[in-house]
Every structure is written in C-alpha cells, then in structure tokens.
Design a protein around this ligand. Structure first.
Ligand code: 5MM
Length: 359
C-alpha cells in the first residue's frame, strides 16, 4: 500500500482526505434547508458609497455599528447559513467587545471572508478589469482559517460593451478564479467563485446570456486545469438579465428560464450549489426571480439554487437605519424580513403580497 511505502506521503494523503471531508461538510451546511448567504463584504469604498447614498457618515465607527446591527439581528440564523465578511469586519466586535465572528457562530451562521483585493484596469484593454489579490493569498487564507472563517469569496468582474468582453479578459479573470479556488481548498476554506457579468449598459437579455455562458465555460475549463474539486466549491453567478439601460426589459418568467437554461448548459451537475448575487436588481425583483426558478424548474435542478445577495437583502435595512441608534430594531426587522422572503423564494413559495403582509 502507498502509505506503507512512504510515511510522509501517508500524512499528506490523510490530510487531503480530511480536508475534503471538512470542505464538503462546510458546503452542506452552507446549502442546508431553505437558507442562503448574506454578503456583507463590501470593501470600504463600496460601503462608504452605500452610506453616502442614504446620508450616513462614512467612518470606521459607522461601518462597525452597521455591521453590529446586522450580526445582532434576532433570528438571522434561521434564514442565513453563512455571512461573507470584509477584512475590516472580521476583526471587529460589538460595542460590548464581542467579536462579530463569535456572534455569527453562536447564531449558527458560518463566517466567510472576501479575499480578493478589488479590481484594477486590465492593461491593453480599455473598459475591462482584472481582480487583484493572489500575491500572498495562501498566507492570508491560513490566517483567516485560524480566525474562524470556513469559506472565502473572490469576485471577477466582466463588463458588456460594444467590443467587450474580450476573450483575453475572460481568460485572465477565470484563470485567477481557478487559482484562488485551488488555494482555498488547500487551506481548508470552501471557495465561493464569483464571476459577475455586470448589468450596466443597454445590452439585451440574449447578450447577457451569451456572455454568461461563455464566461462559465471558460471558468470550468480553468477549474479543471487547476484540479479544483467541483464538489467542494460554490458558484456565485449573476442572473441572466437585460442591461439596466436596455429598452426591452424581460418578464420574471423569461429571466428565470434564461438563467436556468444558461446554467444547465454550463455548470456541471457535480457542483453542489449556486448562490446568486443580486447585481443591482431591486430586492423584490431578485426574490421574485429566484422564486420563479424554483416554481418552474425545481425538479430539473441538479444543484441547490439559492441566494448570496448583498444589496437585495441589506438595502431596506440600511435605508431604515440611517445611522441612528433608535432605528436599529426597525432596520433589523427589515433585514430579517428580506432574508425570510428569500427563504420562501428558495422553496418556490414567495408571492409579492408577502411583502406587505410581513411588513
Ligand atoms: C456583486 O457583489 C456581490 C453581491 O452583492 P450584490 O447582491 O449587491 O450584487 C458582493 O458580495 C460584493 O462582492 C461585495 O459587496 C463586495 O463588493 P466590493 O465592491 O466592495 O468589492
């Protein structure tokens, strides 16, 4: 037997087996029941931008207070299985000194961490971006694991325009996502792989479909090249939608059908789960789209299909909070309500009149 021939290899092989088991346990817990993920990993510039939109001061203390509001929301763990944190947040605590990461664990929510370091211009390709953060990533992953994170997230951004995306941009970004995913699995963290085709622009739904399908094909080719275990990752894609400035918007049923068809054509059945980003859709539309996918396609889905929204879960709570202590309970109620509505959508049980009834 291999292990008798070489003791060092025995340790390595055993370690890998243990690692895979732990990764798959984490995946199963993240995809359990009718729960989904809460993305609360806005980088400082993005968080400040969201605050500015609703008139909240853009300081580290307001960001801390807002994240405290989120992680202390009563009952959040009933609807949310995992929360994606930003580096600043993973080190923060409540005003009484309890680490957010500990509060999440107590609530039965698995802590995750955004590990990309944002995007920069892709050289030689105007209008296109490449994500940064691979340098020193294995060390950071080890540190995040020690802090208690059990999954990670990396976002690649693909824009649609007259001459973009280019094949070079797609290839470069998907290669990075695959390298990141391999490093995560090595470090015991489940990789959430997020290739986001942006909604900005006047393009139609067909264009979004074609670009999303191509991006996903290139992604899975790269994951294969990097020997990433598809059973131990989660895909976080965009839904297939017309651009925000497209004159021909699509019905909920059309978006659901286009999205599921695109995913069935490009995501291997081995992948355990797909968790959508909301990408700038209103909270109500993101929920309605997820619901329609389950109503029409439930028995055809080889993977779990759920949510990992940031704006589409947080927006009503942030608008209600406005940075004021006295608004915290009402804001928490909004957050909990949105999470519950998305749970209903994952079961195909959401109806728009639940919006008013739950309020
Ligand atoms: C695409 O953004 C992700 C999902 O959020 P939405 O549901 O609002 O589209 C989200 O996880 C995003 O990656 C984080 O908010 C971090 O974004 P930044 O811009 O801060 O890197």
């Amino acid at each position: 037997m291999l292990t008798h021939q070489h003791p060092a290899l025995h340790i390595a092989v055993t370690g890998t087996v243990m690692n895979t088991k732990e990764l798959i346990n984490t995946v199963n817990a993240l995809l359990a029941g009718s729960k989904g993920l809460l993305a609360m990993d806005e980088s400082t510039p993005t968080c400040n931008k969201r605050f500015e939109e609703v008139g909240i001061p853009q300081t580290i203390e307001y960001r801390r207070a807002y994240r405290e509001l989120i992680v202390t929301t009563p009952g959040l763990g009933d609807c949310i299985s995992g929360a994606i944190l930003f580096d600043e947040t993973i080190h923060q605590a409540t005003k009484d000194g309890v680490l957010f990461i500990d509060l999440l664990k107590q609530a039965g929510i698995i802590p995750g961490i955004k590990v990309d370091e944002g995007t920069t211009d892709l050289s030689g390709s105007p209008g296109e971006k490449i994500t940064e953060g691979l340098d020193g990533l294995p060390t950071r992953l080890t540190e995040y694991y020690a802090l208690g994170a059990r999954f990670a997230k990396w976002r690649a951004v693909i824009s649609i325009g007259p001459h973009i995306p280019t094949s070079e941009c797609i290839e470069a970004n998907m290669h990075e996502l695959a390298v990141y995913a391999a490093m995560c699995q090595e470090a015991g963290l489940v990789p959430i792989v997020e290739p986001e085709v942006l909604m900005d622009g006047p393009h139609d739904l067909k264009k979004c479909y074609d670009v999303t399908e191509k991006v996903l094909h290139v992604l899975f080719e790269n994951l294969d090249k990097q020997n990433v275990n598809l059973k131990a990752l989660i895909l976080k894609p965009n839904m297939v939608l017309p651009g925000l400035n497209c004159p021909r918007q699509a019905s909920v049923a059309t978006v659901a059908e286009a999205t599921v068809t695109c995913l069935l054509n490009s995501v291997p059945a081995e992948v355990p789960g797909i968790v959508f980003l909301s990408g700038g859709q209103s909270p109500e539309m993101a929920t309605a789209h997820l619901n329609a996918m389950h109503v029409k396609f439930e028995d055809k889905l080889p993977w779990v299909l759920t949510f990992s929204f940031a704006r589409a879960i947080q927006a009503p709570a942030l608008e209600t909070w406005k940075g004021k202590d006295e608004n915290v309970p009402a804001a928490q109620q909004k957050l909990h309500q949105r999470a519950c509505l998305n749970n209903a959508a994952r079961r195909g049980e959401y109806t728009p009149n639940m919006e008013n009834n739950m309020a």
